[in-house]
Design a protein around this ligand. Sequence first.
Ligand SMILES: [Zn+2]
Ligand SMILES: [Zn+2]
Length: 282
Amino acid sequence: MELDTELFIRVGAALCVFLVLALWEVFAPRRAMVIGRARRWPANLGIVVLDALLVRLLIPVAAVGVAVIAAQRGWGLLNITPWPMWLEVLLGFLVLDLVIYAQHFAFHKVPVLWRLHRMHHADLDIDVSTGLRFHPIEIVLSMLIKIAVVVLIGVPAIAVIAFEVALNATSMFNHSNAAMPKWLDRIVRLLMVTPDMHRVHHSVLRHETDSNFGFNLPWWDRLFGTYRPQPQAGHDRMTIGLPIFRDPQELRLDRLITQPFRNDAPAAATSLETETEQAGPR
Ligand SMILES: [Zn+2]
Ligand SMILES: [Zn+2]
């Protein structure tokens, strides 16, 4: 497949999913927004454009291009095994998803990586645009990790495309403020991460932030003991964001970019955390 076709599929699919979810949020919102779209979307969408440009600029061959080269040269585990294609695609997809889970966990636990990733968490509301809001350096690191996995494992190109499209779509879906009946959430949650499941991860309470690391498949959290079904304060009353960067000024594009290099307002943070902890389960 031509790389242009791959880009077309990915961007086209992302735009469709974004539009559907944005409309869903407008007509059936899950919870009331604190800040709303007008103040958040310019920067959240601006960072997506920046991320895309930077990755294209810094990494000439995307993960799928690397998969094609690896297959031609016989690099990676799956390129030297005689297994059927469907099995290799399935295994490749699963390995990529597990690595993204592990990477997300590491971005929470390693202080220098957390500085990059916390920008994603500093959004004061959570909706479809939050699912695209990642620091450019995190995006570049993530792409390099994916490329390393593709080379080591020999993930087939078709699995890489499927994974990129799925990850992008599920990330927008599980960040969305789209209302879903409880019974449907329970069923969907068995197969993929739902908005109610990922929202727990955006709680201001650290023990909730450090749970539900999955983006795509929900099984890794259950397997590795990081699964937390619901937020302690309930979905309507929980506080979204981080104890630092509570000022709505922090939702500007320039502030998003400089957040990893700053340490703001830790005092306000502590009082908010205590206040929310005391609110207790509901
Ligand atoms: Zn996170
Ligand atoms: Zn998130």
